[in-house]
Design a protein around this ligand. Structure first.
Ligand code: KIV
Length: 271
């Protein structure tokens, strides 16, 4: 539970204050109402309706096929369940890259139709104008640097970014540019811990790390990964806080057995 209090809604100001006070920010992804309710109850600060939706819920091989309509549908479910956490919707591939006007319209849809409190988008200097115009329209923007899954083909796979001095310099510059453009925080994904530390110290806005070591101002994990519910692939940086995949399989197995043998429904389940 954040020290910000159980009921006060989390905003961009809250997370900025948390950084100032050295209080770590907790962010998790969610894609449905029930998970959002549970996260709210337990005090998660920010819920990200990530486009990881495409891989861990919809079964795509990457995040590239995810559409605005799919994201809106799931963001609506999450905002119905989350009252205190700040809900950030991920702008899917090609919803902001083609033009600033597209970006504004799509970011606006998340706020108007889905009740999101802000949006996240991937990239550095190349999206600075989008960040500037979107924040200018009153929409809080979270940046995303390092491993940016929407550019998986450009990066040549899901691999650590910022390993060479030149690449690290570019990410540091991008972080400052995105802050300058108006972003209220930045996700740093799979970059060396020392680089994430340097960036976190150089920015006024909070960094939220994933596979970026302990020195970021907050951490994020994909909920299906941390609950042990996505078996296709588990990145090294994931800690499994539960093994729900096994629990669920046991429950299905037990149900099948009881229905087949006729022990479910029992007398207590019907009248
Ligand atoms: O889509 C997502 O879930 C994300 C997080 C991994 C930061 O972008």
């Amino acid at each position: 539970m954040s020290k910000q209090g159980k009921n006060r809604p989390v905003t961009k100001t809250t997370v900025r204050e948390m950084k100032k006070k050295g209080e770590k920010i907790t962010m998790l992804t969610a894609y449905d109402f029930n998970t959002a309710v549970l996260m709210d109850e337990m005090g998660v600060d920010i819920i990200l309706v990530g486009d990881s939706l495409g891989m861990v819920v919809l079964g795509y091989d990457s995040t590239l096929p995810v559409t605005m309509d799919e994201m809106i549908h799931h963001t609506k479910a999450v905002t119905r369940g989350a009252k205190r956490p700040m809900v950030i919707a991920d702008m899917p591939f090609m919803s902001y890259q083609a033009s600033v006007d597209d970006a504004l319209m799509n970011a606006g849809r998340f706020m108007k139709e889905a009740g999101a409190h802000g949006v996240k988008l991937e990239g550095g200097r190349e999206v600075a104008e989008v960040v500037r115009r979107t924040t200018g329209a009153g929409i809080p923007v979270m940046g995303h640097l390092g491993l940016t899954p929407q550019s998986v083909h450009q990066m040549g796979g899901f691999r650590m970014q910022g390993k060479t001095a030149e690449a690290a310099k570019r990410i540091k510059e991008d972080a400052l540019i995105i802050q300058e453009a108006g972003a209220f925080s930045i996700v740093l994904e799979v970059v060396p811990a020392a680089l994430a530390e340097e960036i976190s110290e150089s920015l006024d806005i909070p960094t939220i790390g994933i596979g970026a070591g302990p020195y970021c101002d907050g951490q994020v994990l994909v909920v299906n990964d941390m609950l042990g519910m996505f078996e296709r692939f588990t990145p090294k940086f994931v800690k499994k806080y539960a093994d729900l995949g096994s629990e669920i399989k046991n429950a299905f197995q037990e149900y099948i057995k009881e229905v087949k043998e006729g022990s479910f429904p029992g007398p207590e389940h019907y009248s």
